[in-house]
Design a protein around this ligand. Sequence first.
Ligand SMILES: [Zn+2]
Length: 85
Amino acid sequence: MTKNDKQPCIIPGCTRKSCAHGMCHSCYAGARLRIVRGLTTWAELEEAGLAVKRTHRAANPSPFEAAFLKMKDAPGTTPGGEGTA
Ligand SMILES: [Zn+2]
């Protein structure tokens, strides 16, 4: 039957395979960077059609997501370390 083929990246012009939120690794990294910096949110990207909302509920978050949430939750840690915003 059908293989579990990955969908193409949702970002126009990008030809890579999606890996998260409908985006490929590269686009996802770019989006995540902006979210981390407070420039946008997943909800905003989803509304703009630049990210795919998760269809299934993640009862078990991915290792990355768990680590990411932990990082966001951890006080005193500044991602990027680019100085003051
Ligand atoms: Zn992409």
